[in-house]
Design a protein around this ligand. Sequence first.
Ligand SMILES: Nc1ncnc2c1ncn2[C@@H]1O[C@H](COP(=O)(O)OP(=O)(O)OP(=O)(O)O)[C@@H](O)[C@H]1O
Length: 317
Amino acid sequence: MRDLVKTYPAGRGAGAGAGPVRANDGITLDVRQGEVFGLLGPNGAGKSTLVRQLTGLLRPDSGSVEILGHDVVRHPERAARLLAYLGQESSALDELTVSLAAETTGRLRGLGRAQARSQAADVLTELGLEGIAGRPLAKLSGGQRRLACFAAVLVGERPLLVLDEPTTGMDPVARRAVWSAVDRRRAEHGVTVLLVTHNVIEAETVLDRVAVVDEGRVIACDTPGGLKALVDGDVRLDLVWRTEAPLEVPAVALLAERAERTGRRWTVRTSPEQARELVAAVTTGPAFAALDDFTLATPSLEDAYLKLGGRHGGLAK
Ligand SMILES: Nc1ncnc2c1ncn2[C@@H]1O[C@H](COP(=O)(O)OP(=O)(O)OP(=O)(O)O)[C@@H](O)[C@H]1O
């Protein structure tokens, strides 16, 4: 995609003074065939707007999108033959059973009846969905429905999968099934995957490259390792207190001022030397007695993401 620009007009229902929203502000990205490419960014960054333009569902104001040699801005109808899209909104197939939704998707993608049925059955088995194959999507839990929609996406074997937050609401078993299925298609069929996600930790293991989008622009694009190099040298110390943190311990009181706090968990990003001192201070005496757990870790993709946010403002909120 080249120089994609998309501005939404000011909505009628918007509050006074709300102007048009420039959701994509000149996005240029090259996704290579056969790679799993991640789009990361905070809420409202413009990720869904970007992928909806790739899928031919939304027309950019300007810029171009080429998929496997096809210009999908000029020929949006071709997108359906090139890619399978899992959007955030619920499926139009909600009234169908899981197996019929998968089979119907295959038929819509041009498979014959027998082929659609057998591919649907294979995908349901692969994802562990046989037990709920006969139930309507509308009557499933959120995570089950999401997995069923993902199953339908895989039927018909499109060379490009565009997945917008595919694992939202899923339990760990379902999530693992999704990532294995993605990985298998990449390894065995050279399928290209464009993945929108907030869950950087979960996505880190499957991504070949990542673009970080903020306010409609790409602010970084690299391998997970390349992005992590941005925070090279820092380490992350996580402390989980049993109940309240013992603020009467001077080292803990000092930490309180700089730690990110989520419930009983405190997270501090710091140099290895200082981390060693902190660990020494909290693993003795009353501080240690109050600790439930602690970990010291090298930087993750999430740390890199937060650091980028720190530099550009916005992401780390
Ligand atoms: N149909 C629409 N009409 C008007 N504004 C919109 C519309 N869709 C999105 N926007 C605005 O465009 C911006 C980008 O939205 P978009 O949905 O692309 O973000 P996102 O990165 O996918 O966010 P999230 O992670 O929350 O899904 C936001 O400011 C959003 O409010």
